[in-house]
Design a protein around this ligand. Structure first.
Ligand SMILES: Cc1cc2nc3c(=O)[nH]c(=O)nc-3n(C[C@H](O)[C@H](O)[C@H](O)COP(=O)(O)OP(=O)(O)OC[C@H]3O[C@@H](n4cnc5c(N)ncnc54)[C@H](O)[C@@H]3O)c2cc1C
Length: 399
C-alpha cells in the first residue's frame, strides 16, 4: 500500500475524467472528506449519459460475490443507499433512488452446489446475511419456482435489491456540486505525461487543463485514455442486452433470480427484467448498441419458461443494450495507481457489477488522493500489481 498523499499542493486540482456513477461517487467522497481542501473538476463528454453503463444498468446490489472485497464493497453500497437521505440531501431535500430491498436468489444444480456452498461460507465470514435453501425450502418459499433439477439456492435476506441507477448518479452529482465540485462538459482525448507524472489533460478542442491528480473513471473509454499515457489497461467493452417482459405469471416474494444457466430475472414495474451473457465465442468487443434479439428467443425464453409457472406466455415489451467494461484478466475492477505514474488513479474494469460498488470505490479513491492508501477497507488486492504479474483475482459470481 502506498502512503504518499497524491495532492501535496493543496491548491492543485483533481480532475476526474468520466462523470457517471464512479466519477460522481469519487467527486462526492473527495469533496466531503474532512481534510480535503483542494478543487475538484469532473470532465464528462456526454451530459445526457445515454450510452454509459450506469444509465443502462440493471442497477442491482448483491452481497453474493466470491471475492471478500466485492462482498464488503456491496455491503457498504447497500448501507450507503439505506442512509442516502441524510448523506446526499441538498437544501434539506433528500434524494429518492427507489431502493427495493428484495433479495437475490442464486440457484444451483448438483454440479454447481459446491461452488454455491463455498461462496456462501465466504459471504457469511464477511458478515453477509445469506441463507442456503434446499429444493423443498425453495419451493415452500417461492411456490412459483420449478425446482426439480435443482440441488439448492442461496438467498440474500438483507441488504440486497435494486434501485434507480440514474437517480443514484444524479444524487451523487448534485451533492458533489453543492460542495463546489464543477462539472464541465468536455471530451478528454489525451493525458499529457512527463515521466512519472500526468501534467495535464488535452481536450478535443485542443485546450489543455493542468492538474494535480487525475482519476480515470471513463468506463469503456478508460483503456483508450490510459493508452495515451502509455499504459495498457486490459479493459474492453462487451455488449449485454436487457429485456423487459410481461407475463400473466405471479411471482410474490421474487428477488433477482440467477438460474444455473446464467439467465437472470427480477421484477420491474408491471413485469420483469431479464438477460443473459452471450456464449463466449459470440461475445466480441462491443461497438454498437443494437439489441441481440436472438438471445431472448434462443437462450432466455426456454430457460424461464421451464423455471417459473406461467412464464411460457412471456412477451418482450422493450429491450436495450449496454456495455460492460470487462477486465479481461479476472472480471474484477482495477483500482488505484499504476506503479509507473504517481498521480493517475484508475477505477475501471467493473465487469458488470460496478454500480453497487460505486460508493465504496468513491470512498476508496478519496482515501488514495488524501492519504495515499486505504483507510476504511483495504482494496490493495484489486490494484495493478496482480494485473502486471498476470495473477488473476477471479470473481466467480459474474452475472
Ligand atoms: C446492461 C448492464 C447491466 C448492469 N447491471 C448491473 C447491476 O445490476 N449491478 C451493478 O452493480 N452493476 C451493473 N452494471 C455495471 C454498472 O452499470 C457499471 O459497472 C457502472 O455503472 C460503471 O460506472 P462508471 O462510472 O465506471 O462507467 P460509465 O457509467 O460507463 O461512465 C463512464 C463515463 O465516462 C465518460 N467518458 C468516457 N470517456 C471519456 C472521455 N474521454 N472524456 C470525458 N468523458 C468520458 C462517459 O461519457 C461516461 O459518462 C451493469 C451494466 C450494464 C451495461
Amino acid at each position: 500500500m502506498r502512503h504518499t498523499p497524491m495532492n501535496r499542493d493543496p491548491n492543485c486540482e483533481v480532475l476526474i475524467v468520466g462523470g457517471a456513477a464512479m466519477g460522481s461517487a469519487a467527486a462526492y467522497f473527495l469533496a466531503s472528506a474532512p481534510g480535503f481542501h483542494g478543487r475538484v473538476r469532473v470532465l464528462e463528454q456526454d451530459m445526457s449519459y445515454q450510452h454509459c453503463a450506469t444509465t443502462l444498468s440493471v442497477a442491482s446490489i448483491r452481497h453474493q460475490f466470491s471475492t471478500p472485497e466485492n462482498i464488503r464493497m456491496s455491503m457498504f453500497g447497500s448501507a450507503f443507499v439505506a442512509e442516502i437521505g441524510t448523506r446526499l440531501a441538498v437544501d434539506d431535500q433528500p434524494p429518492d433512488v427507489g431502493w427495493h430491498e428484495a433479495g437475490y436468489l442464486f440457484l444451483a444444480t448438483a454440479a454447481g452446489l459446491p461452488v454455491l456452498q463455498a461462496n456462501h461460507a465466504t459471504q457469511r465470514a464477511e458478515g453477509a446475511q445469506v441463507k442456503l435453501l434446499d429444493p423443498a425450502a425453495l419451493r415452500a418459499r417461492f411456490p412459483w419456482l420449478r425446482v426439480d433439477d435443482l440441488a439448492g439456492g442461496s438467498w440474500g435476506e438483507r441488504g440486497e435489491g435494486w434501485l434507480d441507477a440514474y437517480s443514484l448518479m444524479s444524487a451523487l452529482r448534485r451533492k458533489a456540486q453543492s460542495l463546489a465540485v464543477v462539472w464541465q462538459p468536455a471530451r478528454v482525448v489525451a493525458l499529457q505525461r512527463e515521466g512519472r507524472r500526468i501534467t495535464g489533460v488535452r481536450l478535443d478542442d485542443g485546450s489543455l487543463i493542468e492538474c494535480g491528480t487525475v482519476i480515470n473513471t471513463a468506463g469503456c473509454g478508460a483503456a483508450a485514455l490510459a493508452q495515451t499515457a502509455g499504459i495498457a489497461l486490459p479493459v474492453q467493452a462487451r455488449k449485454r442486452c436487457v429485456f423487459h417482459v410481461r407475463s400473466p405469471a405471479r411471482t410474490p416474494g421474487c428477488g433477482l433470480v440467477i438460474d444455473p444457466s446464467g439467465v437472470y430475472f427480477r421484477p420491474e414495474g408491471d413485469g420483469w427484467l431479464c438477460g443473459v451473457a452471450p456464449p463466449e465465442d459470440q461475445d466480441p468487443p462491443a461497438e454498437d448498441f443494437e439489441v441481440t434479439h436472438a438471445l431472448f428467443d434462443e437462450l432466455i425464453w426456454p430457460v424461464l419458461a421451464a423455471r417459473v409457472d406461467g412464464f411460457e406466455a412471456m412477451r418482450v415489451q422493450r429491450a436495450w443494450a449496454g456495455h460492460y467494461d470487462v477486465n479481461l484478466l479476472d472480471d474484477n475492477m482495477i483500482l488505484g495507481a499504476h506503479p509507473d505514474i504517481d498521480n493517475l488513479l484508475f477505477a475501471n474494469g467493473f465487469s458488470g457489477h460496478g454500480l453497487q460498488h460505486a460508493p465504496a470505490v468513491g470512498r476508496a479513491l478519496s482515501e488514495l488522493v488524501l492519504h495515499g492508501g486505504y483507510r476504511s477497507l483495504d482494496l490493495s488486492r484489486l490494484g495493478w500489481q496482480r494485473v502486471l504479474q498476470q495473477q488473476p483475482l477471479r470473481e466467480l459470481n459474474v452475472v
